[in-house]
Design a protein around this ligand. Structure first.
Ligand code: SAJ
Length: 415
């Protein structure tokens, strides 16, 4: 902890806060910066504003020892890390305004010798943009873009790759890709990460590191799209897609993922667009995969509507609302989208079941024909049972409950 005594984390969300707390636990003096006064107050009192395993103990310890403090205002530090959101806009272009605002806030306190690291998932070239925003405010300092290896400020891009629920563990054990604006920048950033990362710290250029993160999630998106497309092809031809995939996966070099009601979450459904944004004429497969996965919810809705045709006041039990199994995260969830559309398009009752949340989420509460229910009660009263998320709880349900019902299993969980 000699060289990097003071570390500043800009953005205290799902990635920034656990990272900041971990670094503080390794002996650095960490200042967390956030635009929300209530987040700053909560953290300074030793409590946390997000749910994540082990984080509460880590943060309260860091606050008690005086190694972590939160503030609305940046202060001088040796390392500045930026972990703010990069959502996309309606036209699927990345919204970099949070990174730009972070740059403007830290620029006044930068000094010669500082290291600036971007962690937010971003289109290729964003670290260079961050540099330009900093340079515009601080023409008195030199940067890698205008001074190369002799720059006053070192800059690098290092994407996070952790899974919610295991963030603290994966922050320590996962390998990290560290992209420097110059080789020396990469080496300095890697030396910093090695203070708290036990996995390998692999160095490359900033542009490559930006693209690595997008590639990982686009790889998964394209492969899920392949499975989703197969599910449509098999349905038309009377073939069970899950049996098909099991059999094809017996081949030693085939590993097909699972079809589902669509792709959700804040990463896989978003990041491939950042590749399409920069190279629309080339990213044809990646773009098509996005469209295939985004069109799957509509296909499921049409299946339910076809099953409901001819039934008077049909009752549809929608099992699961989260974007994947055994979590409470509803962001970009295809299950939520399908349930909302069914309420709008079906003249009947929709029973929404989600064991990981306490009540009907706001996105559904405006529909008067949706009721929030327990799984067994919903199934018992439904004409159509639609399985949207393969939560463990649904896999162990008494299957005799399904007798006499129309069952639409989007996950192949009840085969
Ligand atoms: N899904 C399928 N079929 C499958 C696998 C997933 O339909 O065979 C669906 C899920 O139901 C869900 C969506 O895809 O709706 C995404 O789920 P996921 O488990 O694939 O990914 P995330 O979004 O929870 O986390 C990913 C991870 N990236 C990769 O696995 C390449 C994680 O390591 C990243 O940190 C995270 O994105 C991120 O933040 O980028």
């Amino acid at each position: 902890m000699i060289q990097y005594k003071r570390v500043s984390m800009i953005g205290l969300g799902y990635i920034g806060l656990p990272t900041a707390a971990l670094i503080a636990s390794r002996g650095c003096e960490v200042l967390g910066i956030d635009v929300s006064p209530s987040i700053v107050a909560t953290l300074n009192s030793g409590r946390i504003h997000i749910v994540e395993a082990e984080l509460d103990v880590l943060l309260s310890g860091a606050v008690a020892s005086g190694r972590f403090r939160a503030s609305l205002q940046p202060e001088p530090a040796d390392v500045f890390m930026v972990a703010v959101p990069t959502p996309f806009k309606d036209d699927h272009q990345a919204d970099l305004s949070y990174i730009e605002a972070s740059a403007k806030s830290i620029a006044p306190v930068l000094k010669k010798g500082d290291l600036v690291i971007l962690e937010s998932t971003s289109p290729v070239g964003t670290t260079e943009k961050l540099e330009q925003w900093l340079r515009a405010v601080r023409p008195d300092l030199s940067f890698p873009g205008n001074a190369g290896e002799n720059s006053d400020i070192r800059m690098a891009y290092c994407p996070e790759r952790v899974l919610p629920g295991r963030i603290i563990h994966e922050l320590v054990t996962n390998d990290r890709i560290i992209g420097g604006m110059t080789p020396k920048c990469a080496e300095e950033a890697a030396a910093f990460y090695r203070l708290f990362v036990e996995g390998s710290c692999l160095t490359t250029s900033a542009r490559t590191a930006e693209m690595v993160k997008l590639t990982e999630n686009a790889f998964r998106d394209v492969n899920i799209a392949f499975a989703n497309e197969l599910s449509l092809i098999c349905d038309r031809q009377g073939i069970d897609v899950w049996e098909l995939i099991d059999l094809a996966n017996c081949h030693p070099r085939v590993n097909i993922l699972q079809p589902g009601p669509g792709v959700g979450g804040h990463c896989i459904a978003v990041d491939p667009w950042f590749i399409v944004e920069k190279t629309p004429d080339l990213a044809k497969l990646i773009h098509t995969a996005r469209l295939v996965n985004d069109s799957k919810p509509r296909w499921v809705i049409e299946q339910v509507k076809a099953a409901a045709k001819g039934l008077r006041n049909p009752k549809v039990a929608c099992l699961g609302l989260s974007f994947k199994s055994d979590i409470d995260d509803l962001r970009e969830s295809p299950a939520l989208e399908i349930t909302a559309h069914l309420a709008h398009e079906i003249d009947g009752l929709i029973y929404a079941v989600e064991p990981h949340v306490e009540s009907l989420p706001p996105a559904l509460s405006k529909y008067r024909n949706i009721e929030f229910m327990q799984a067994e009660v919903a199934i018992a009263d439904a004409d159509i049972v639609l399985l949207l998320v393969n939560h463990k709880l649904f896999l162990t349900l008494d299957r005799t409950l399904l007798e006499g019902k129309v069952v639409i299993d989007t996950r192949g969980a009840w085969r």
